[in-house]
Design a protein around this ligand. Structure first.
Ligand SMILES: NC(=O)C1=CN([C@@H]2O[C@H](COP(=O)(O)OP(=O)(O)OC[C@H]3O[C@@H](n4cnc5c(N)ncnc54)[C@H](O)[C@@H]3O)[C@@H](O)[C@H]2O)C=CC1
Ligand SMILES: O=C(CO)COP(=O)(O)O
Length: 334
């Protein structure tokens, strides 16, 4: 099964996932925000800004023209920073083919509205749940771009659509599993970034594996508590889009969220860290929306709460770790 796929945009994950889709037999048009980047990708077969040193397959071409990217595409893959999706998609939506399936690769929750990316897509495009899908799993983009073996979850409320997407992105190095739990996959993906920040802070403070394993495990408990309260299948959180992604993010120096946390742990401020990178660390924004979502749902979320405070400069990473230990004691399963 193959066809034309439009990928928005040519950042780290959009570029790496284009390689997966091309290896699976699709023709990809990769939209780049900057015209000169699109030109450079077409001329040099490489995205020097986001996946340097990786040769792009012949099936991948780039454009800065939205209409050209979307014409005839039956799959539209969205990989912008989460907080920019609504505004961007509002401009792109008029050119999306009527029956195209919109696929979110994003791992964030919108500030203010507290909406997941699939909800933003539904509102902006009017697409029904059978046209909205999510891909989420332990997929650090530099490893995917190098075609190192990895698995992931493709979720859509309509199982037939999930199966179609599974076929469209099953490549020799990338193994997708289907799910109908869109909410569970999205919350797993967004929450692991926040836990990755907390783990990074512990690493930056010089703490070892007991500390990081404790934060990872309690992070998974916190994620599952909120996601299941909102209707997720608990097994999703034990799978690739939950535990799998949490392990990859929290253990890898390639993770931008973990690295961001590490710098906070070493004493840098959020502003200093943001000024030092062009890539997005979604957890630095979604910590606040997830904390608010947890409060609104009546769920205890100390990791999201404290990470939000550290990112906002209200407490230090060391304060956060002390507070985790000093909290009222309780049963593990409460
Ligand atoms: N990089 C990775 O390993 C993975 C990333 N993701 C998720 O994919 C999403 C995108 O992440 P990355 O590609 O890694 O980010 P990135 O920072 O590498 O690239 C972001 C892309 O969005 C564009 N962009 C930035 N601000 C924009 C704006 N205001 N309007 C339009 N375009 C804008 C940039 O030009 C760039 O093409 C995030 O939600 C991230 O959590 C998910 C799985 C893996
Ligand atoms: O989502 C990811 C891996 O699955 C990428 O993590 P970072 O955004 O922290 O780099």
């Amino acid at each position: 099964m193959s066809g034309k796929v439009a990928v928005f945009s040519a950042g780290s994950w959009g570029t790496a996932f284009s390689i997966v889709l091309a290896d699976a037999g699709n023709d990809i048009v990769l939209w780049a925000r900057r015209e000169e980047l699109a030109k450079s990708i077409n001329e040099n077969r490489e995205n020097p800004d986001y996946q340097p040193g990786i040769e792009l397959p012949a099936r991948v071409s780039a454009t800065h023209d939205v209409e050209q990217a979307l014409a005839g595409a039956d799959l539209v893959v969205l990989a912008t920073p989460s907080q920019t999706l609504r505004q961007n998609l509002t401009g792109w939506a008029p050119y999306v083919e009527r029956d195209a399936v919109l696929v979110s690769l994003m791992k964030g929750v919108e500030l203010g509205t507290l909406e997941r990316m699939s909800e933003v897509i539904a509102q902006v495009t009017g697409a029904g749940p059978e046209r909205i899908a999510v891909v989420s799993g332990p997929n650090l983009s530099p490893e995917i771009a190098r075609r190192e073996p990895a698995a992931s979850v493709v979720a859509c409320a309509d199982e037939d659509v999930a199966r179609m997407l599974q076929k469209r992105c099953h490549s020799p190095a990338f193994r997708p599993y289907t799910s109908t739990d869109v909410l569970g996959c999205e919350l797993g993906g967004a929450y692991k970034n926040v836990v990755g920040l907390a783990v990074g802070m512990a690493v930056g403070l010089g703490f070892g594996d007991n500390t990081t394993a404790s934060v990872i495990t309690r992070g998974l408990a916190e994620t599952a508590r909120l996601a299941t309260a909102l209707g997720a299948n608990p097994l999703t959180l034990m799978g690739l889009a939950g535990l799998g992604d949490l392990v990859a993010t929290c253990s890898s120096p390639l993770s931008r969220n973990r690295s961001f946390g590490e710098k906070l742990g070493q004493g840098m401020t959020t502003e200093e860290i943001l000024a030092s990178t062009r890539q997005v660390a979604e957890g630095a924004k979604s910590c606040a929306s997830l904390h608010e979502l947890a409060m609104r749902t009546g769920i205890d979320a100390p990791i999201a709460e404290h990470v939000t405070e550290v990112v906002a400069g209200q407490i230090t990473a060391r304060d956060m770790m002390s507070s985790f230990i000093a909290r009222d004691t309780k049963a593990e399963t409460d």
